[in-house]
Design a protein around this ligand. Structure first.
Ligand code: SF4
Length: 483
């Protein structure tokens, strides 16, 4: 632990659960280095904006936010603004040009050296010029090398700007723990990066290839969390079910985590459909702690589109996987991701996606319009393939209508069920709590927020479409699967 006077850091995270987890990782690294983690940028010496690059819209939002934070810097010029995560990796030096008040850009493999990078910035500022070379702050570690930090601009007026953008095939943050908020649930990253190359996706380019953590370390972390009172675990990875560590494939890891004393619920996200297999279905069917829920990102319901997306499965094999998991876990709730208006998608191919939705009847769907990301293979498709924005919007609207109608029907049929609920926090109305069923459905009911973390049972009284209003009931002898 550093002997430096305590400094205060604030981390603001955008994007997916992996990014939220990275935000907690950075907080943990900074806290162990002597920083106090604060809840507002106004109270911080170091403000880190942890970004997402999946969609153009998300990047624009972050640029706006960073410019807003620069307002705080006018009164406190010594404040450090860092931009971390996928957008930092994607834009690199361009970001420092576009937002000259940003001091550090750091990609997802640079977080271990965050305190040293901040020290280096500080010493560079003190000297009023470019910071000393990386060797002097001990950043030369295997895989990163002395070139891990690049000084992009020096000078007395503006001060140094640092870029840490090197991808590191060995960096899986083994041995480092996140700073987690108190609560019954914890997300455990078991994998970073991705070995797939879906043609629309920026992830492999900003997070690098797949890197898995040791199964022993994952299970030991889960044990530690269970001892602290955590009862629900979500295993996290870009293609979580392709995880393998030595002779431990994902289903085996899932089983080991599910058997840790004190763990009552285990989830995982996001699996790749190609790696959903019999072994996984069996663990889901037989391990009591593994929840009856699976997110299965289909992305499209047409084989030509799937091939051009390079998804490595067909509609037919996807449907086989759906049948397999449903026969292993009959009460399973399925959710999905769908992208409409992928370049070259015809109207009839889009209708195949609607057909897939009607065939599978997903409990929930996260729906997107294709978003062009520089550097991804899909950007090189012929210009005429790109779909008119109004048409893309119309397809998205139709997809949402279809998926919501299906969700409403499914949820209406579930009214009357009694479900185990984990209380997660306050509901929207005073005197209400919000909880989640094993099948990942949100229920609000009368109760006290002080009971956060408690397990109870609720009868689903009515649905608002996506969520339920319930009433607390005595635990039944056996939780019903039907009304
Ligand atoms: S599997 Fe495809 S969509 Fe998912 S992170 Fe990897 S490249 Fe992106």
């Amino acid at each position: 632990m550093s002997t430096k006077p305590s400094r205060r850091a604030y981390v603001e995270t955008y994007g997916c659960q992996m990014n939220i987890s990275d935000g907690e990782l950075m907080e943990g690294i900074l806290e162990r280095s002597g920083y106090d983690i604060v809840g507002r940028p106004e109270d911080a010496d170091v403000v880190l904006v942890n970004t997402c690059a999946i969609r153009e819209h998300a990047e624009k939002r972050v640029l706006g936010r960073v410019s807003q934070l620069n307002g705080l810097k006018r009164d406190r010029p010594e404040m450090v603004i860092g931009v971390t995560g996928c957008m930092a990796q994607r834009m690199g030096g361009t970001l420092l040009e576009e937002a000259p008040y940003v001091d550090i850009v750091m990609g997802p493999d640079g977080y271990r050296g965050l305190p040293e990078t901040l020290d280096r910035l500080e010493s560079g500022r003190r000297e009023g010029s470019a910071p000393p070379p990386p060797e002097s702050v001990g950043l030369a570690r295997e895989g990163a090398g002395a070139g891990g930090i690049e000084v992009l601009r020096g000078g007395r007026k503006r001060g140094p700007q640092l870029a840490v953008l090197q991808l590191d095939m060995d960096e899986n943050y083994q041995g480092l723990e996140q700073r987690r908020a108190d609560g019954p649930s914890a997300w455990i990253p078991i994998q970073r990066g991705c070995d797939h190359r879906c043609t629309y996706c920026i992830v492999p380019y900003v997070r690098g290839g797949e890197k898995n953590r040791s199964a022993v370390e994952v299970v030991s972390e889960v044990r530690g969390l269970a001892e602290q009172g955590v009862t629900e675990i979500t295993l996290l990875g870009q293609t979580v079910n392709s995880y393998v560590w030595e002779d431990v494939p994902f289903p085996e890891l899932l089983k080991r985590v599910a058997r840790v004393d004190g763990i009552r619920r285990v989830r995982f996200t996001s699996p790749h459909p190609r790696d959903v297999n019999e072994a996984l279905a069996e663990v889901m069917a037989t391990e009591a702690a593994v929840c009856e829920q699976l997110h299965l990102p289909a992305q499209a319901g047409n084989n030509r589109t799937l091939k051009r997306m390079l998804r490595r499965y067909t509609v037919e094999t996807l449907l086989e996987k759906v049948d397999m998991v449903r026969s292993a876990v009959p009460d399973i709730a399925l959710s999905t991701d769908i992208i409409v208006a992928f370049p070259g998608e015809t109207d009839s191919e889009f209708r195949d996606t609607l057909d897939l939705m009607r065939t599978v009847r997903f409990d929930d769907a996260f729906t997107y319009k294709y978003s062009l990301r520089d550097g991804t293979p899909a950007t090189r498709l012929p210009e005429g393939d790109f779909i008119d924005p109004d048409e893309a919007q119309a397809r998205l609207a139709e997809l949402i209508e279809v998926s919501r109608a299906i969700q409403n029907e499914i949820n209406r049929d579930e009214v009357g069920r009694i479900e185990e609920v984990l209380i997660e926090g306050e509901g929207r109305d005073p005197g209400q709590v919000r909880g989640r069923t094993r099948r990942n459905k949100v229920v609000v009911f009368d109760g006290e927020a002080a009971r956060m973390g408690a397990y109870t049972h609720a009868r689903l009284e009515r649905t608002t479409g996506a969520t339920f209003v319930g009433s607390e009931v005595e635990a039944p002898e056996r939780v019903t699967a039907s009304a």
